[in-house]
Design a protein around this ligand. Sequence first.
Ligand code: V0V
Ligand code: CO
Length: 140
Amino acid sequence: MFMRIDHVGIACHDLEEKIALFERTFELTVVAREINEEQGVKEAMLHIADGNGGGSYIQLLEPLGPDTPVGKFLAKRGEGVHHVAFGVPDVTEAMREIGSKGVRLLDEKPRHGSMGSSIAFLHPKDVGGMLTELVQAQEH
Ligand code: V0V
Ligand code: CO
């Protein structure tokens, strides 16, 4: 079902500062940036490698406000790993399959994600405490 790890999402207070840190430390390059109002984030994708059905990335996330998923996470837990996103061939199909195994879906339908992707989240409490995102990359 999973083709690759699409990205690891990292919550931070200051996106520009963390981009500079990751570029300097790991020699990564920002390939996309977006403000996603629906998800309450300003985000940047740093390219790691090309893989099966799409690339893999580090996603740096700064909240648009305190009452957003990443804003609440920062207040409760501080900066660090926020979610792991898996690349799937068909996000609607993956949601159906995983949902049928009793895992709570946080989205009823796929939503807009980074770089034109379609995304959906799974409840962290149902998958060992890891907020999990499903990603269907944009077709090229
Ligand atoms: C909360 N919990 C987490 C967690 N956030 N556990 C692991 N990782 C996280 N990131 C735990 C939390 O400690 C609670 O456990 C429990 O889940 C319920 O959390 P809560 O604080 O009561 O509830 P909320 O209101 O903070 O909601 C948490 C969820 C919410 C996960 C439901 O954040 C959500 O819907 N997230 C999905 C959307 C999202 O995260 N968007 C931002 C990324 P205890 O304390 O009860 O034990 S956007 C993105 O990735 C994009 C655009 C992209 O990739 O393209
Ligand atoms: Co993400």
